[in-house]
Design a binder for this molecule. Structure first.
Ligand SMILES: Cc1cc2nc3c(=O)[nH]c(=O)nc-3n(C[C@H](O)[C@H](O)[C@H](O)COP(=O)(O)O)c2cc1C
Length: 320
């Protein structure tokens, strides 16, 4: 078969002009970056460029490079959807019932410790965004903003307090009382950190709270000035509910957390709180049934993002 002959013409300037669509420049840098972020991975790339290594690797690389990708991330990627066709989908409803109330989306914000280390707005950004979106927000015991600060910033939010039980029960219960007084909707007891996981990257990167200024951290921070400007020009980065600590996170956890907590303690904590209780860190059916029989209101299937026990099962089962 011969080559098809394409009839050509000179480009028409008028038509070309119509094709020109320069996007208006967004002067606000954050807005510009977020506009170009379509997936969680885009956000990760932005964060990587802008956050020094110790906080970032602690938060993400550990999660993304070491344990998760091998199995858990794969399990998420292997999820297949089966779209059904020829149905009226002009109105899609994403609301779902969470703890007996409507949540605008079928998820909430999980608790993360030392959130301001990642970005200076930290917990306040999280709880106000959750309030605006109509989804629950969980404040960690290891948070860098206090229970009261979150309650003030998001007075109409569905705020949950995530509890790590300390050896010092009185201090733990003082936090529970404060959360109650501040009108938090639920208590989320995390049960998968009886002892700290071996956070090797923290050790390699010299990750401490507050961050230590070593030659290594300074060299890594130099190309990311915004983080350091924020760090140095906002109030001190420290745990809101804990005394200052100069060791690694794992050392802190092992010193503070109570490894003896058991089902009897769960009953006791539930009584002390007197409201809705969520147990976070369930990884098998037997434990799920056991806590359900104790009357908890919800469970979070979770392996702590692979941060605790490296080879623990992913919350999403692998594809058959
Ligand atoms: C930086 C970072 C800090 C976290 N801090 C806490 C915490 O203080 N309390 C907690 O219960 N979970 C904490 N988590 C775990 C998350 O709440 C969540 O369980 C995890 O990121 C997602 O894994 P999953 O799907 O296994 O739940 C943290 C996770 C990250 C990445």
């Amino acid at each position: 078969m011969g080559k098809l002959k394409i009839k050509r013409r000179f480009p028409n300037p008028k038509e070309m002009l119509q094709l020109l669509r320069f996007k208006p420049w967004v002067f606000n840098g954050r807005e510009r970056r977020l506009k170009g972020a379509y997936t969680i991975y885009d956000l990760r790339t932005i964060a990587k460029r802008r956050t020094p290594k110790p906080p970032l690797t602690t938060r993400m690389a550990l999660l993304i490079k070491r344990f998760l990708p091998a199995r858990a991330r794969q399990a998420f990627e292997d999820i297949e959807f089966q779209p059904r066709i020829l149905r009226d989908v002009s109105e899609v409803v994403l609301t779902s019932q969470v703890l007996g109330k409507e949540s605008a989306l079928p998820f909430g914000i999980a608790p993360t410790g030392f959130t301001r280390m990642m970005h200076t707005e930290g917990e306040i950004a999280g709880c106000t965004a959750a309030q605006a979106a109509g989804i629950p927000y969980s404040l960690s015991t290891m948070g860098t903003r206090s229970i009261e600060e979150v309650a003030t910033a998001a007075p109409n939010g569905r705020n949950w307090f995530q509890l790590y039980m300390w050896k010092d029960r009185e201090r733990s219960m003082a936090l529970v009382e404060r959360a109650k007084a501040a009108g938090f909707e639920a208590l989320m007891l995390t049960v998968d950190v009886p002892v700290a996981g071996d956070r090797l990257r923290d050790k390699h990167n010299g990750m401490t709270i507050p961050p230590a200024l070593t030659l290594k951290t300074i060299a890594n921070a130099l190309p990311r000035p915004e983080w350091w400007i924020n760090f140095l020009t906002t109030d001190a980065l420290k745990f809101a509910s804990l005394d200052s600590w100069n060791g690694t996170v794992a050392e802190l956890l092992d010193t503070m957390f109570d490894p003896t907590v058991d089902f009897e303690d769960l009953k006791w904590i539930k009584e002390q709180w007197g409201g809705k209780v969520i147990v976070k860190g369930i990884q098998n059916l037997e434990d799920a049934k056991k806590v359900a029989s104790l009357g908890v209101d919800a469970i979070v299937l979770s392996n702590h993002g692979g941060r605790q026990l490296g080879s623990s099962s992913s919350p999403v089962p692998p594809a058959p």
